[in-house]
Design a protein around this ligand. Sequence first.
Ligand SMILES: [Zn+2]
Length: 150
Amino acid sequence: MTYLSEHFTLEECYASNVALRKGINNKPPQPYIPNIERLCQKVLEPIRNFYNIPFRPNSVYRSAELNREIGGSTESDHVQGNAADIEIPTVSNYDLAIWIKNHLEFNQLILECYTLGNPSSGWVHVSYCNKNKNEVLTFTKGQYIAGLNP
Ligand SMILES: [Zn+2]
């Protein structure tokens, strides 16, 4: 195991059941590892420390092949290891998105597929790049809208 920050390992940042099942190599190339490390330190670790609840990111690095397989955007920040999809046990994804918006720097923050009244629905996508746009979006019913508006 290679720890990239106090609580997060490189291995959990590229683990993928889909990649396993389909025989896709999802190991990040060396040049992307600093991106993954930065994401752990600037995004995942502050969230982990604030909530003090262990969680594993659902998805961080995705090879182009894996990203195609799951139908991700070709410009997805995941393909260079710059984005994470997260959910935290017992925390509403809407509340999580609000906390990130108010406390962290990021490139994009997207509240995805969240349904009001169902706290565990959907997930939060957050990315961190060299130039951060601090863009906040909600993806609901097949479209992106500005802000956190489930
Ligand atoms: Zn994502």
